[in-house]
Write a protein that binds this ligand. Structure first.
Ligand code: TMP
Ligand code: ASP
Length: 245
């Protein structure tokens, strides 16, 4: 095999990370079956969740790549593992919202599913001990989460480009992209590129016709049919896009 799994590095809530022997610029990432919410206060899992999510993430990254948006994904090595570029993660969760839902709907007392006039980009400081708090641009700079305002502006621009591509991607399969969270990192070559994953764990996806939720809110809110919904998203992606990717 081209890639050889190296030493274990780190275990997160949904992934395990290993070195790649002889390639310090790469990482080996395994998608686990676990499912957590509310900063891991709620825990669950279903078998093959990691396999489904990895497939979804690869198809999305391949689609984004076809639209000129680079990600850290490099190659698949097994059904739940991939090779990706090693990035220095920028400690900001970048959330894009097209329709108000979740924390921001609650914060402003606005009904979930209310349309926004334009996509809203928000930054959350990536720090589990603090529950990933919302930060303004100035706060992000004061705590050193980003280099400078130009970097924050670049993140917003890239996040909006990802949003535009994904809205199209999902609408083709009868899904409304309500909101999502992405992360960026800096590559060895100093390029800011998309990292982590884009899956039903990190997006709100509603069926266009029925508004049925097809994402992690089914787990967060005990709505049932969690596994079926993730499978439905994968099925729609493969039937709509696989031949083109
Ligand atoms: P929020 O409405 O709870 O702030 O979530 C916004 C979007 O970000 C939603 O699609 C879910 C996603 N998200 C994550 O991927 N990880 C997280 O830790 C949180 C809080 C949200
Ligand atoms: N990602 C967080 C967790 O795994 C929160 C969430 O998605 O609700 O706990």
């Amino acid at each position: 095999m081209k890639y050889q799994k190296g030493e274990f590095r780190y275990e997160g809530k949904a992934k395990r990370i290993f070195e790649v022997v002889g390639s310090p610029d790469l990482l080996w990432m395994e998608f686990k079956d676990s499912l957590t919410a509310f900063n891991a206060q709620k825990k669950g899992s279903f078998s093959n969740k990691g396999v489904i999510n990895k497939q979804i993430a690869v198809l999305i990254f391949r689609y984004l790549s076809s639209r000129g948006i680079k990600s850290h994904w490099v190659a698949d090595v097994s059904e739940r593992e991939w090779i990706c570029q090693r990035l220095t993660i920028i400690p900001l969760e970048v959330v894009v919202r097209n329709w108000l839902a979740g924390s921001t709907a609650k914060k402003f007392g606005i009904e979930e599913g209310t349309a926004l006039k334009a996509p809203l980009v928000e930054f959350y400081y990536k720090k589990d001990e603090l529950n990933d708090p919302f930060v303004s641009d100035d706060q992000a700079l004061v705590i050193g989460a980003a280099q400078d305002q130009a970097q924050l502006n670049a993140l917003k621009k890239q996040a909006l480009a990802v949003n535009e591509a994904l809205v199209h991607f999902f609408s083709k399969m009868g899904i409304r992209l309500i909101d999502f969270k992405i992360e960026f990192g800096v590559s060895e070559r100093g390029e800011v590129i998309l990292g982590d994953e884009i899956t039903p764990d990190s997006c709100r996806l509603w069926d266009l016709a029925t508004n049925e939720k097809l994402d992690k809110d089914r787990f967060r809110r005990d709505l049932g049919r969690v596994e079926e919904s993730y499978q439905e998203v994968l099925k729609r992606i493969t039937s709509t896009w696989e031949s083109q990717l």
